[in-house]
Design a protein. Structure first.
Length: 281
């Protein structure tokens, strides 16, 4: 059994919040630069050039990549032989978010109640926390700051098993097409298939954390990802929805077993500021 102080988690989360907001992952930067060279639209090339310039300035000046610094969404992979001492896991994470968004001068976007009053919590808490219990005593914390514009383009569909592969692929492409420029393309598309509706939603978020170019290890799903990306980039939505051949940088699919009568599919998109950061403690 291993112990870890809650304060260690808080300090790590504070740094994750700021680093994720300032520094775009290398795989995303590489993909944007490659697509800039391949883009056929002049306005698309110009937009991608501005996007690339933006991530350079953000890193140099330690400023947010985007004014929308998102909901603090976490995936916690916690070993069953790990004990948090000196406080609870949830409060340790929320305190880290509170400090990170305050000390990093990041926009606070969370409202305490979603319908009637919508009063800002003023520190971007509470975080949205997903937990996976693993073997051993490890702890991996992954932060995915989820901007509102792209999140609002999410969609779920409870397909019939008879709809099969074609039904899943058509739904994904139709969702991206309907979103147009609203999620600030080029986007990264996360697709969750299987489980239940809520678990498919989680899988779609988890899929967004995979590196661009790293396909699902199942060859059938890897082929599906490649074909979906080709179809999406033929839609003509283009950078910022102004036309071109770069609508998406990647399509990542995660799957899980499901009920014999069900075929849940959830689509989540991230904008070109594909922010995610992990740390192991």
């Amino acid at each position: 059994m291993r112990e870890i102080q809650a304060s260690v988690i808080t300090d790590a989360v504070e740094k994750l919040c700021m680093d994720a907001a300032y520094y775009l992952p290398e795989d995303v930067k590489t993909a944007l630069q490659e697509r800039q060279a391949q883009e056929e639209s002049e306005i698309g090339k110009y937009i991608l050039n501005e996007v690339c310039e933006n991530f350079k300035v953000a890193a140099e000046e330690q400023m947010p990549l985007c004014q929308d610094t998102g909901t603090a969404l976490f995936i916690i992979e916690m070993g069953q032989e790990l004990v948090v001492t000196g406080g609870g896991m949830v409060e340790a994470i929320n305190e880290g978010v509170r400090r990170g968004y305050t000390n990093g001068y990041l926009r606070k976007s969370m409202v305490a109640e979603p319908i009637f009053e919508r009063v800002n919590t003023k520190d971007n808490t509470p975080a949205v926390i997903h937990t996976e219990i693993t073997e051993g005593d490890g702890l991996k914390i992954t932060l995915l700051p989820k901007g509102g514009g792209a999140e609002n383009c999410s969609a779920v569909k409870m397909l019939r098993p008879a709809d099969g592969l074609q039904g899943v692929m058509d739904f994904v492409v139709e969702t991206v097409d309907a979103a147009g420029g609203k999620p600030c393309p080029p986007v990264i598309v996360g697709v969750g298939v299987g489980g239940t509706a809520d678990y498919a939603a989680y899988l779609s978020k988890k899929a967004l954390n995979r590196e661009i170019g790293a396909h699902n290890p199942n060859p059938n799903y890897a082929k599906m990802e490649t074909e979906l990306l080709e179809r999406i980039n033929k839609l003509g939505v283009g950078p910022q929805g102004l036309g071109g051949v770069t609508t998406a940088l990647a399509v990542n699919v995660e799957y899980f077993p499901c009920h014999i009568a069900s075929l849940p599919v959830f689509v989540t998109m991230n904008c070109h500021s594909q922010r995610h950061k992990s740390i192991e403690l």
